[in-house]
Design a protein around this ligand. Structure first.
Ligand SMILES: Nc1ncnc2c1ncn2[C@@H]1O[C@H](COP(=O)(O)OP(=O)(O)OP(=O)(O)O)[C@@H](O)[C@H]1O
Ligand SMILES: [Mg+2]
Length: 446
């Protein structure tokens, strides 16, 4: 039965509403003041609220304001004995569904109530649809109960109604891109594009033309005009991944764009407006990079209007079991295979590991174990063999930092290709400038 809550300080009006609406088949509750109504609403959830405007203590308009603060979706019809334009306008501006005047015309009242219920139904449908629209993100849920991750969720919530620039930091594989998507899909821009670009996948000049676009003839090979990612991300979000690895020259150009909120296509002679939110991410320590003059300090501060640091898996070991369960479920769907962990010793084992590659490493390892396991059970033995298979070094290197592992891996591939950089890039799936930069950063010598 649909529930209607009537608030009026005039007893005769309350009584006649009560009789009439009950006759019509509604479940009716009444209150004699706005203050009493607020109290009742702590434990009562009506479908529709009908309130008088002029009441002692708190007016119907003040009540409406308080209700909307509590829940935007409250559907409220206001009534008043005074035909006064100001209160009608204020009532509608404050979000009342409709405004009717006393003495009440029963026919008008019934019609307004019917309209209100139609409106409520439509709203529910729309809410459901917009939920479905954000579904792609729901498939990529961020799992975690650790306080640090909950704080990340709070920041994502705070970012939902502004367009502030965000810097996401954290080790590789911690979920930085997932957080960037969460910011986008929980914001007002969720129906506009989310465009990600890995800044180290291109040489500096190609990165510029990818981001800003170019005009025909701007350089050899520019055979037609091309829109850049900044333009394609119109009113949406542009995600600049691995920002820490960009050149100082590129950083100056980006800084200018963020300051001026406009950019020029390569070879273009008029500026275009930047109206997308910029989110940048890095697994580098930008403070160290600033100290070492590898990253512009002014750009650093420009980017970190809001900063989100995603904790490593080691810093939130208690989250490992729920994340592992979630990943295993994803894998079950992908492989169409019934899979379970063979016992609690599996989660204990997972919690003891270092996870330098964080959630991505955990995901890869579980996927390998799932493929290699001959039964539907994932055992500690399965996992151990996957770890050994994954290890490039027979004995553990002393320096287990990700940078050192990366350096050793690059050296290994360079040696195996006889220092052929093109082949090395193919194997490592990175661009030549990126390889050169890494060779320089890690001071790798032939
Ligand atoms: N909290 C989480 N819950 C479940 N899955 C997660 C979570 N965080 C990350 N993942 C998964 O881990 C993988 C790595 O996440 P993502 O690509 O966002 O990390 P990243 O920090 O951007 O990594 P990189 O620095 O290597 O680019 C993805 O497949 C993602 O879906
Ligand atoms: Mg990433």
């Amino acid at each position: 039965m649909k529930k209607i809550f009537v608030i009026d300080d005039d007893k005769s009006i309350r009584d006649s509403f009560n009789i009439h609406l009950k006759d019509k088949g509604y479940d009716v509750k009444i209150a004699s003041s706005a203050i009493a109504a607020l109290e009742i609403l702590n434990s009562y959830n009506p479908d529709l609220i009908i309130s008088d405007i002029r009441m002692e203590g708190m007016t119907g308009l003040e009540l409406l304001e308080k209700l909307k603060e509590r829940n935007e979706n409250y559907c409220v019809i206001l009534i008043s004995a005074y035909e006064d334009m100001e209160s009608t306008i204020s009532a509608m501006q404050a979000g009342a569904f409709d405004y009717i005047k006393k003495p009440i015309d029963i026919h008008e009242l019934d019609l307004t109530i019917q309209k209100a219920f139609k409106h409520i139904k439509l709203n529910q449908k729309l809410n459901h649809l917009s939920h479905e629209a954000s579904e792609p993100f729901k498939l990529n849920r961020i799992i975690g109960k650790d306080k640090k991750i909950i704080d990340n969720f709070k920041t994502i919530g705070m970012l939902s109604n502004n367009n502030a620039t965000v810097l996401i930091t954290g080790e590789s594989g911690t979920g930085k891109e997932l957080i960037a998507k969460a910011i986008h899909y929980n914001s007002k821009s969720k129906d506009n594009p989310f465009i990600a670009i890995n800044c180290t996948s291109f040489s500096e000049s190609i990165l510029e033309s990818e981001l800003f676009g170019h005009v025909k003839g701007a350089f050899t090979g520019a055979i037609s005009d091309k829109k850049g990612k900044f333009e394609l991300a119109q009113n949406g979000t542009i995600f600049l991944d691995e920002i820490g690895d960009t050149t100082l020259n590129f950083q100056s150009k980006l800084l200018r764009v963020l300051q001026e909120k406009e950019f020029y296509k390569v070879g273009g002679d008029y500026p275009l407006k930047l109206n997308a939110r910029v989110i940048a991410a890095t697994n580098r320590s930008l403070t160290d990079f600033v100290k070492d003059e590898k990253f512009r300090e002014d750009l650093y501060y420009r980017l970190k209007v809001m900063e989100i640091h995603v904790p490593s898996l080691r810093e939130r070991k208690d989250d490992i079991p729920i994340i592992a369960e979630y990943i295993l479920n994803k894998i079950k769907h992908e492989l169409h295979k019934e899979l379970t962990f063979s016992g609690s010793n599996v989660t204990d084992y997972l919690m003891q590991q270092q996870w330098k590659g964080n959630i991505r490493e955990l995901e890869n390892m579980l996927m390998r174990a799932a493929i290699l396991s001959k039964s539907n059970f994932i055992t500690v033995e399965n996992l151990k063999s996957c770890i050994e298979e994954n290890s490039h070094q027979p004995s553990q290197p002393v320096d287990l930092s990700l940078d050192n592992i990366e350096k050793l891996h690059i050296i290994k591939i360079l040696e195996s290709t006889n220092w052929n950089k093109t082949k090395t890039c193919e194997i490592l799936k990175i661009s030549k400038p990126r390889l050169d930069r890494k060779i320089k950063d890690y001071q790798i010598n032939k």
